[in-house]
Structure formats: C-alpha cells, structure tokens
Design a protein around this ligand. Structure first.
Ligand code: PBG
Length: 337
C-alpha cells in the first residue's frame, strides 16, 4: 500500500495514539544501578566527571540502596574502593573486603533488592590492571620489545577471580558478574561457586567487553586507572563484531546464565546480534563516558537531559537488551515509576 492510502502519520498524531502503538517500553524493571563503595562513615564524595554519582561509605550505600528500592528499582551493582591495594588484589577477596561489608549491610537493611557483584581486580591492584602482572626481564627497547615488558597473566588470575566470587557469594551476593575478560573465568568461577555450595548463584558475564575510551570517568570513580599500559591485551578491539559472538558463545559454554555487552550505545549492533543469536537474558552497560557526555552537554544547554536520557535507554532496549546498567537508573525510576 502506498500514499495516499497509506499515511504512516495517522498513528503519530496524538501522544495517546503514539503510546498505544509504541513498540519498546522503558520501565524501571531491569535497570541496574551502580554504587561505588569506599571505607569510612558518612562519606558521599562526588565524582567530578559524573555529576550525581558519589563514592559512598557503607552506611551511605545502605541509604542509597534503600532509596533505589523505594523508587521501584530491582537491582544494584557494587564496585569497591579498598583502603589499600597490592599486587594480589587482596581487598577483592578478603571476608571483610569493602564490597563484602556493603553486601552484608545492604542485605540486612534492604531486603528484596538484588545485589550484583562486579568481579574484577583492577580496583584492588596497585598497578590498576585486571589481573596478575608479571614483568619480564627482557631488555627494554622500542616497539615490540617495549610492549613485552609486562604481561597480564591469565591462568593465575583465574584463581583470584574465583576466590573473589566465592567471598562475595558468602557475603550474600545475589548475582556474580565477572568483568575482567580473562579467558576461562566463567568456568573457574562456576566451578568454585559450585564447590562451595553456591550452585544456585547465577553468573552474569561481561561477555563482550570492549577496550573503550568511554570508561574514562569510571576510572576516576573507582580509582582504577592502569599505572602503565592499557587494557587492550584483554578487553576487545572496538573494531571486532564476530569476535564478540565468540566471546559470548564461550562464556555461555562455560556456564554463564546471562550475558552483557559493554559499552552500550556505541555497540548497538553487537547488542542486536546477541539478542537474535543467544536465548539468554541480555544486559548492556551504559558506561560512565556515555553518562558523562549526556550530563556535560545538558549542563551546557546543548541537549535536553531528560529527553536524551530516555532516548538513549530506549534505544539500548530497542536493540535488544532487557537489562541495562545505568547511572540514570534512579532518575528513570523517578520519571517512569
Ligand atoms: C572493571 C570495570 C570497568 C567498568 C566496569 N567494570 C572499568 C574498566 O574496565 O576499565 C567500566 C564501567 C563504566 O565506565 O561505567 N574492569
């Protein structure tokens, strides 16, 4: 049917009509609100590059979690800023680690809220990398030789990741979300959880995580900037799509229950393909840089904050992500709840 019989504008004339035929609905369900927990008491330290986001001491994180739940959110994800860092990421897996403390407190004070544990080591490592670093003795030199001066070890890192996951589960974590991008981490974590009696704790794998410039503000928030080099030897090349499918497939083979694509808006094609191809719950992470860009442009009066916030999240959901990690979670819940 063509014009003039067909007139697509008929269904766009009023908000009532538009809402009636809307294909994608943005709701607070499925949004995951990130919290950055730090030592101390009564602390709410604002993150300069992420307006509205703070480092929170455990007591403040409890308040934030309570507010999130009262707004209708179902889930938060915890990141930790430990008091001290070392080269074994001790703060990630000790019983009284900052994330473990926050988990216990939130579970106790705010029942009925899902807590997702980001399992990664960069925040706890003095060098800021996501795994064990070995420095080779090779002569320092130009190009390839210089690049080979250090290595992020894969297999020895798996043990620490598994230990971290188990200690989070012991603290009451509902969902374990490895974000390190080591090979074999899902299997290592699944085995360790099962061995400790946590066979019912699901794994949400950051399956396709790209080495992205959009993580900049997060590294301020989590104090996790690598002290040397970058994350390109473990996170994915932004140019690769097929490799993302392989990453997802291997995480699912290893036992992941849910998968994630990260960042979100620059990778909507990957989200869409993952939705078509894999029949498990799919999450996407609207990362710190995506948030910061919207906030900064809005502050300059260049875009309408609310409108762009809702449009960006609707687009991520339209691409196929049913769960979205977003720093806007509370604002969305307030608007749509
Ligand atoms: C830990 C981790 C990062 C993010 C989530 N988990 C940082 C990184 O990989 O450098 C980024 C989240 C964001 O930018 O909002 N590895």
């Amino acid at each position: 049917m063509t014009f003039p019989v067909s007139r697509l504008r008929r269904l766009r004339r009023t908000e009532l009509m538009r809402s009636f035929v809307r294909e994608t609905r943005l709701t607070p369900e499925g949004l995951i609100y990130p919290l950055f927990v730090c030592p101390g008491e009564g602390i709410r330290k604002p993150i300069g590059s992420m307006p509205g986001v703070c480092n929170l001491s455990v007591d403040e994180a409890v308040k934030e979690a309570r507010e999130a739940k009262s707004l209708g959110l179902q889930a938060i994800i915890l990141f930790g800023l430990p008091a001290t860092k070392d080269e074994q990421a001790t703060g990630a897996w000790v019983d009284d680690g900052i994330v473990q403390q926050a988990t216990r407190a939130i579970k106790r004070e705010v029942p009925g809220l899902l807590i997702v544990g980001d399992v990664c080591l960069c925040e706890y490592m003095s060098h800021g990398h996501c795994g064990i670093v070995t420095r080779s003795n090779s002569v320092a030199g130009e190009g390839a030789a210089a690049a080979a001066e250090y290595e992020i070890e894969n297999d020895s890192t798996l043990e620490i990741l598994a230990k971290t996951a188990v200690s989070q589960a012991r603290a009451g974590m509902d969902i374990i979300a490895p974000s390190d991008m080591m090979d074999g981490r899902v299997m290592a974590i699944r085995d360790a959880l099962d061995e400790e009696g946590f066979e019912n704790i699901p794994i949400l794998a950051y399956a396709a995580k790209y080495a992205s410039g959009f993580y900049g503000p997060f590294r301020e928030a989590a104090d996790s900037t690598p002290q040397f080099g970058d994350r390109r030897s473990y996170q994915m090349d932004p140019a690769n799509f097929r490799e993302a499918m392989l990453e997802i497939e291997s995480d699912l083979d290893e036992g992941a229950d849910m998968i994630m694509v990260k960042p979100a808006m620059p990778y909507l094609d990957v989200i869409h393909a993952a939705r078509e191809r894999f029949d498990v719950p799919l999450a996407a992470y609207q990362v710190s840089g995506e948030y910061a860009m919207i906030e900064a442009a809005a502050r300059n009066g260049w875009i309408d904050r609310e409108r762009v916030m809702l449009e960006s999240l609707t687009s991520i959901r339209r691409a196929g992500a049913s769960m979205i990690l977003t720093y806007f979670a509370k604002d969305v819940a307030r608007l749509l709840g």
